[in-house]
Design a protein around this ligand. Sequence first.
Ligand code: RBZ
Ligand code: NIO
Length: 352
Amino acid sequence: MNHETPWLQVPAADIDEQARLDAEERQTRLTKPLGSLGLLEPLACRLAGMQGSATPRVDKVQISIFAGDHGVAAEGISRFPQSVTAEMVRNFARGGAAISVLARSLDAQLEVINLGTVTDTGPLEGVLDVRVGPGTANFVDAPAMDIHQLALAMNAGRHSAERARLAGTELYIAGEMGIGNTTAAAGLACALMGLDPRELAGPGTGLDVAGVSHKADVLRRALAFHRDHLEDPVECLRRLGGFEIAAMSGAYLACAQMGMPIMVDGFISSAAALATARICPSARNWMIFGHASAEPGHRHVLSSLAADPLLDLGMRLGEASGAATAVPLLRLACDLHGRMATFDEAQVSEPD
Ligand SMILES: Cc1cc2ncn([C@H]3O[C@H](COP(=O)(O)O)[C@@H](O)[C@H]3O)c2cc1C
Ligand SMILES: O=C(O)c1cccnc1
């Protein structure tokens, strides 16, 4: 924490408990046996509490993709070259990436924020340039970011959440692009949870068994280097995170402070969400978890957050794709909650 990020100390907004209780009461009056719509029922009630509304809606969705390169890529921990980060930023801008398609299908607002890539994309329409540097430092033997870079990245996330708020966003989704960021996310999550890297290192974009084992070794070296500085979650983010991971963490915190519901994506987003919840525990109240990623470390992070993700489709892409895929479910939960007839209205007999 420093003078550039005083807002990190602001608590999350309160959930409207009365609105949540009213929603639970409405669920008892809808024409179905209570509980028969499974998790869709508490989902609508949680959203009612977040939005302070008897009829929660998720029509207006913002998806913000944060991109950044990682110095740790020099250790050979990804199947893909680092140039792919910038190339995918261009692909986002042109509308050809998975999240571009999903955002269009959902009629969601998509913004792309480039926090710094090793290769230059040049100016691109539809891409916000918030360049923190050409990439993070290799965190095996240095902090990934200096204090100023961390503040710039976290503030970029907060500004994205503020834009969403101004646009009347009902659900905020953060996503990421950064070759090597499954290593950074695993390092950050290991530091926050005190777990061994073997538990959290996974294939990412497609490492084989030997590759995963090398990735765990790299992480072990990094954690040994930083071990005396991992008490404070902000310091964990600075040392082991990435520009895009810090930006997502800042965005999540700002959403929670402003009272805007968040749908968290996969492994990397969840590591950012875990950092946020460690910085500000009440921020967790504003998070819905979209899916369980196939990246093996995700389940550890989810369990540390006591999170029960909506979908489990074997997805492992990132880019907010899992969270976006869960949006229709959330919309259906809202429709059912708001539009079904009550026993009274439909003149259907209630249970004895
Ligand atoms: C073409 C392409 C598109 C992607 N979109 C997201 N990722 C995902 O893969 C990367 C993390 O995996 P690792 O740590 O193994 O490098 C991140 O950029 C993540 O968003 C992609 C990866 C690739 C190759
Ligand atoms: O779950 C994720 O976010 C993920 C998994 C593998 C690669 N990129 C992202």
